[in-house]
Design a protein around this ligand. Structure first.
Ligand SMILES: [Cu+2]
Length: 168
């Protein structure tokens, strides 16, 4: 089973490129991995309303904490962007939400108020069959700036090696 990838690679040419520190996140399945919901990106202040980090890989069974660091956000799975057998989630605005990811696969999610401005992100849950829903997830029609954000996210995930079959 793979550990959370601490390496962070980003697209050349995006505003986020080169500005992000490597995150020493350790996923052992016990302590939740934290993804913050922020009004501004911590290092690129020109990016507003973001999940941080926005591409994360975790082992199956991992708990993820969506932390309401700033106000006005939530985390909700996007229709058609989670694997078969996985449970949808939809957090309340301004509240932390913990979700356990048991089913390997590709999970696209959004902030409900800000999806149109591109506040979307990706979690890849490692394990057998994790790529089974990749094509379906990539085929989901995205609204507004979420379309551009997901184009960046797919490239970012590929560069991180997350769109290869799990070695586990
Ligand atoms: Cu938001």
């Amino acid at each position: 089973m793979s550990r959370l990838h601490s390496r962070r690679t980003f697209l050349a040419g995006t505003a986020a490129a080169t500005l992000l520190p490597a995150l020493p996140l350790a996923a052992d399945g016990h302590e939740p991995v934290t993804i913050e919901m922020l009004n501004r990106h911590p290092t690129d202040r020109s990016l507003r309303n973001v999940f941080y980090p926005r591409v994360v890989s975790v082992p199956a069974g991992q708990k993820v904490l969506f932390k309401a660091t700033d106000r006005g956000h939530n985390s909700a799975s996007i229709d058609g962007m989670i694997p078969e057998g996985a449970e949808e989630w939809s957090g309340r605005i301004n509240e932390d939400l913990e979700v356990t990811f048991d089913v390997p696969g590709i999970y696209g999610y959004k902030c409900t108020p800000h999806v149109g401005t591109g506040m979307v992100a990706l979690i890849v849950v490692e394990g057998e069959g994790k790529l089974d829903n990749l094509e379906a997830a990539q085929d989901v029609r995205q609204r507004g700036r979420a379309k551009k954000t997901f184009e960046e996210i797919w490239e970012e995930a590929a560069e991180m090696g997350l769109l290869e079959p799990s070695s586990a």
